[in-house]
Write a protein that binds this ligand. Structure first.
Ligand code: ADP
Ligand code: MG
Length: 231
């Protein structure tokens, strides 16, 4: 599903250039649950932004579902981002004035489906994260853990192939974080591909495969788990 080949990223700020990712080589198969780990500043968010088609590599190739996304146009890239990837962020990124249900509907606004179907799909997604009874609540009326589960429902509503989470438990207490991780485990069990970026070893432990970054390089990869019929 994800194939990164000799990928690098250099940020240019005025006269200063900073090589943040170097020679990244990574293959993730459909249905894997992967944690990308490493200390602060090691390049995790930069890598997530590239995998999520929010940013582009400076060098190297990125293939997503057989499409070479490192070389497609801006508009096409936005399409891939909206259709194929569900994002989960540390600070939820919910719109404060909208109800949980409206927040979850957001990714469907430009999809051309009817208002009624949008509502129904949002409710289904909220049900999946155990928050159907909070559909009419605004973010300020929900706990942090509940807000993150609303954000997960929003990430799921488009039925994306890939769920991409950057420090999803970073702003949560232990119990709420566990609940979010339980949800990822469940989604993985249903065959979704989950990539979690974290500096927290306890979060990493829950994944099937751990990839460790240091100074922009992969220094450890526990590898894709063996699967019958996989090469
Ligand atoms: P992590 O998520 O592992 O903490 P980041 O990918 O956020 O690491 O950052 C890696 C390095 O790249 C850091 O030194 C950071 O300061 C730098 N960096 C991140 N984003 C930018 C940017 N937009 N412009 C310049 N430097 C950046
Ligand atoms: Mg980060």
């Amino acid at each position: 599903m994800i194939r990164l080949e000799a990928l690098g990223k250099t940020y240019q700020t005025g006269a200063v250039s900073l090589e943040v990712l170097k020679g990244i080589q990574l293959h993730v198969k459909t249905g894997e649950y992967v944690a990308i780990m490493g200390p602060s500043g090691s390049g995790k968010s930069t890598l997530m932004n590239i995998i999520g088609c929010l940013d582009r590599p400076t060098v190297g190739e990125y293939w997503l579902n057989g499409q070479r996304v490192s070389s497609i146009g801006e508009e096409e890239l936005a399409g891939v981002r909206n259709q194929e990837i569900g994002f989960i962020f540390q600070h939820f990124h919910l719109l404060p004035r909208m109800t949980a249900q409206r927040n979850v509907e957001l990714p469907l606004i430009y999809s051309g489906i009817s208002k009624q179907e949008r509502s129904q799909r949002a409710l289904e997604a909220l049900e999946k994260v155990g928050l159907a009874d909070r559909a009419e609540h605004r973010p300020s009326e929900l706990s942090g853990g509940q807000q993150q589960r609303v954000a997960i429902a929003r990430a799921l509503v488009n039925h994306p192939q890939l769920l991409l989470a950057d420090e999803p438990t970073g702003a949560l207490d232990t119990a709420s974080g566990e609940r979010v991780l339980d949800l990822f485990e469940q989604l993985h069990g249903e065959g979704r591909t989950v990539v979690v970026i974290t500096h927290d070893p306890d979060v990493g432990k829950r994944a099937q495969r751990r990839i460790r970054l240091r100074d922009g390089e992969i220094i450890e990869d526990t590898g894709a788990p063996e699967k019958e019929g996989a090469s």
